[in-house]
Design a binder for this molecule. Structure first.
Ligand SMILES: C[S@@+](CC[C@H](N)C(=O)[O-])C[C@H]1O[C@@H](n2cnc3c(N)ncnc32)[C@H](O)[C@@H]1O
Length: 219
């Protein structure tokens, strides 16, 4: 898959995939979107209640959500075990050029995270363990339960198969009771599918440039 580096409105980079005409993040700001959808509305509310949090990310991509989660876990002394699934890993020649972080110590951690071996847990700091899984969500079978799912696939227009109801049935089964799925997507059919599966679906204000996002609970 061909990918090009693009700058988003908050000054942070993203990747553009010409064959899908889709970017990895919001054009309004990649870091801003990730902080809003996945950290402020995903990890933060859970971290205040749970001592230890198992996170699953669908679409690990450039590792931005994983990096920001590791940073949050470190700053808030939460214990996070993070599994990131990715079917089409970003090549090293590309991720080495992504200028998300300017501070040398942040860059070093970002590179460590991106260079981590697949399928092998890596303790990025004393609060955060990362396991990257090279597989498609369709073929992956959960071996443990999760408290929080970051669903960060390309949008339904670009990659409809990622929004198939069967995927969310699998993710529902992979969640602990009380577990949460967050995503930037607020599409009507997607939300109806979540409700039909048994999720309680909540609409939240989206990041800049987007009216709504979705948080869904397994009650
Ligand atoms: C919107 S981008 C992810 C953005 C990522 N979270 C980040 O911060 O860079 C969607 C990701 O889903 C991956 N993907 C596409 N099809 C997939 C599949 N069937 N299973 C798992 N991942 C898939 C893509 O390769 C891409 O990395």
């Amino acid at each position: 898959m061909k990918r090009e580096i693009r700058l988003t409105a908050d000054g942070s980079p993203t990747l553009y995939v010409p064959e899908l005409d889709e970017t990895y993040h919001s054009r309004h700001g990649s870091v801003q979107e990730a902080l809003h959808v996945f950290i402020a509305n995903g990890l933060k509310p859970l971290a205040s209640k749970n001592k230890s949090i198992q996170i699953l990310e669908v679409g690990f991509g450039t590792g931005l959500n994983a990096f920001l989660s590791a940073q949050f876990a470190h700053e808030h002394q939460s214990s996070v075990q993070y599994t990131g699934i990715e079917a089409f890993p970003v090549e090293e020649a590309i991720w080495r050029q992504l200028s998300y972080f300017q501070k040398p110590e942040e860059k070093a951690i970002y590179y460590e995270l991106m260079a981590a071996s697949w399928e092998e847990p890596l303790a990025l700091n004393s609060n955060f363990t990362l396991t990257k899984v090279k597989n498609s969500i369709q073929d992956w079978q959960p071996k443990a339960l999760f408290d929080l799912i970051y669903f960060d696939a390309f949008g339904p227009r670009a990659q409809a198969e990622m929004w198939n109801k069967a995927i969310f049935e699998k993710l529902f089964t992979a969640l602990n009771k009380g577990g949460v799925l967050v995503t930037y997507c607020a599409q009507g059919q997607f939300r109806r599918d979540l409700k039909a599966i048994g999720f309680e679906v909540l609409s939240l204000p989206g990041p800049p440039g987007k009216r709504e996002m979705t948080r869904a609970y397994k009650i």
